[in-house]
Design a protein. Sequence first.
Length: 148
Amino acid sequence: MSTACLSHTRILDKDPVTVGHWMHAQGSAPYREGVTCIGLERDGQLVAGAMFEHYNGSSICAHIAVTGRFTREWLWFICHYPFVQLGCKVVIGLVPSHNTKARLFDENFGFKYRTTIPHGDPSGDLCVYTLEPQDCRFLTRRSYGRQR
């Protein structure tokens, strides 16, 4: 008889300071008062976070940091917030060109590469990605409860 290790996950959407500072420690944008952050905690440790800023009524910029396994529920939350709750037409992602892991994450997520801004990042060039609602496969919420 084998025992499966079940981990406990929790969405953090009411503690932007904690999630924002954790994201900054992972190399994401610095936390600033007024940004919205949605984190994922697994067994008491943050493993993923999304920070949203510069909302203008049509678009918003998103930063994402991931250090562990994330859940489909968290993906739904970070898509529902800009597209459904705010009604954005586009989410903008800015990624340093050398960060191939983040670029691959964005592309697999559904973001489309748009352009590169030379010298747009302190470490070099900056890639601009966008995600529109019709390209977001995580907006449909299914039952994410544990199977028994």
